[in-house]
Design a protein around this ligand. Structure first.
Ligand SMILES: Cc1cc2nc3c(=O)[nH]c(=O)nc-3n(C[C@H](O)[C@H](O)[C@H](O)COP(=O)(O)OP(=O)(O)OC[C@H]3O[C@@H](n4cnc5c(N)ncnc54)[C@H](O)[C@@H]3O)c2cc1C
Length: 287
C-alpha cells in the first residue's frame, strides 16, 4: 500500500481549539481513521492538515436527554454495542454493530466518522435515518443540527462544511413501547452490506401505531420506505398485513450496479430483508 502525502498534524484538546484548527484551506478531521487513512494511503484525498479530535473526551459520552439519548461523536462502534443506555432504549444499535467490519475496526471507528464518511451501505447512517436522529454540528458560527435527509446528500457527500465538525447525534425515544430489528446481507461477514434493513414497529390496541423501515445499499443514501410505512400505519398489527405491504418497500429505490452486486439483485433482497426485519420487530413489539 502507498503511504499518504505529507500533512501537518494538529491535536486540539477542546472543541473551541478544534474549530480554530479547522479554519485552514485544506484541513480534515481524523477520528478513528478507519476510512480516512486508507483513502489517504491510496492518495484519493491529500489533506494539508489533519485535525485529530481524539483528545476531546467530552465527545465520547452517551447520555440521556429529556427526550432521548445523545451519542457523542467519538463513541466507538464497539462501545455503542455494549452501552447499557443504548441496549435499554435502542437494542437495534448493538444488533447492527455486529455487522460493522471486524473487532479491530469497531474498536477504533466512530459514530460521527461513519456518518461523515456517508457510505450508503453503512450501518450508522441507516440507524440514524430509521430512528429520526438529529445530527449535531459545530462551526465557527456556533451550533446547528441537521436531519438525516438534509445531512446525507450523495454517496460519500454530506452537507457538512469544511470548517464544521459533528459533535454527536440525538436519537429521540419512540412515542411508546416498540420492537426493533436489523437484517443485512453482505458478501462476507464484516463486509459493507449489499443491502441492509432496519425496522421499528409500535403497536397500540392491536393496530400498527407506527411502522418504520430504513434501507441501506439501495439508493445514493440510506432511505426510509415511506410508501410502506404509510400503508401499514393504522392497519391491524398482523404478519399478514406486513407481508401484503412488502411490494411497496421497493418503491422509488434506485440501486446501482457495482462490483459487489447488480441493481436487480439488490432490489430482490429488499422484500426478503424487509420481511425478516418487520416480522421480528412486530414480534418484539407485542411480546
Ligand atoms: C476493512 C474495513 C471494513 C469496514 N466495514 C464497515 C462496515 O461493514 N460498515 C460500516 O459502517 N463501516 C465499515 N468500515 C468503516 C468504519 O466503520 C469506519 O470506522 C467509519 O466509516 C469511519 O469512522 P472513523 O471514526 O474511522 O472516521 P475517519 O476515518 O477518521 O474519518 C472518516 C471521515 O469522516 C470525517 N470525520 C470524522 N469524524 C468527524 C467529525 N466528528 N466531524 C466531521 N467530520 C468527521 C473525516 O474527516 C473523514 O472524512 C470498514 C472499514 C474498513 C477499513
Amino acid at each position: 500500500m502507498m503511504k499518504p502525502a505529507a500533512f501537518e498534524y494538529v491535536r486540539p484538546e477542546t472543541l473551541a481549539e478544534a474549530v480554530t484548527a479547522l479554519d485552514h484551506d485544506d484541513a480534515r478531521i481524523i477520528a478513528g481513521g478507519q476510512s480516512l487513512l486508507p483513502m489517504m494511503n491510496f492518495r484519493l484525498v491529500q489533506p494539508e492538515r489533519l485535525v485529530d479530535i481524539n483528545r476531546i473526551t467530552e465527545l465520547e459520552r452517551i447520555e440521556r436527554t429529556k427526550t432521548g439519548l445523545r451519542i457523542g461523536a467519538l463513541t466507538r462502534h464497539a462501545n455503542a454495542a455494549r452501552d447499557p443506555l443504548l441496549a435499554e432504549h435502542f437494542p437495534i444499535v448493538a444488533e447492527a454493530m455486529g455487522h460493522v467490519a471486524h473487532v479491530a475496526i469497531r474498536n477504533r471507528g466512530t459514530v460521527a466518522g461513519s456518518l461523515c464518511h456517508a457510505d450508503p451501505s453503512a450501518e450508522w447512517p441507516l440507524l440514524v435515518t430509521l430512528l429520526d436522529g438529529e445530527i449535531e454540528i459545530l462551526g465557527s458560527d456556533g451550533h446547528r443540527s441537521a436531519e438525516p435527509s438534509e445531512f446525507f446528500l450523495a454517496p460519500l457527500v454530506t452537507d457538512i462544511e469544511e470548517q464544521e465538525l459533528v459533535t454527536g447525534v440525538h436519537l429521540p425515544l419512540p412515542a411508546g413501547p416498540s420492537g426493533m430489528a436489523f437484517e443485512e446481507v453482505a458478501q462476507r461477514a464484516g463486509d459493507f452490506a449489499v443491502v441492509a434493513a432496519g425496522a421499528m414497529v409500535r403497536v397500540e390496541n392491536d393496530t400498527f401505531a407506527e411502522v418504520r423501515l430504513g434501507l441501506g445499499g439501495v439508493f445514493d443514501t440510506s432511505v426510509r420506505a415511506r410508501a410502506l410505512e404509510g400503508a401499514l400505519t393504522g392497519q391491524r398489527a398482523r404478519a399478514e398485513e406486513l407481508e401484503a405491504a412488502l411490494p411497496l418497500a421497493i418503491e422509488d429505490l434506485e440501486p446501482n450496479d457495482d462490483l459487489h452486486a447488480s441493481a436487480d439483485y439488490r432490489l430482490s433482497l429488499v422484500p426478503v430483508l424487509a420481511r425478516r426485519a418487520l416480522i421480528r420487530a412486530l414480534h418484539r413489539a407485542t411480546q
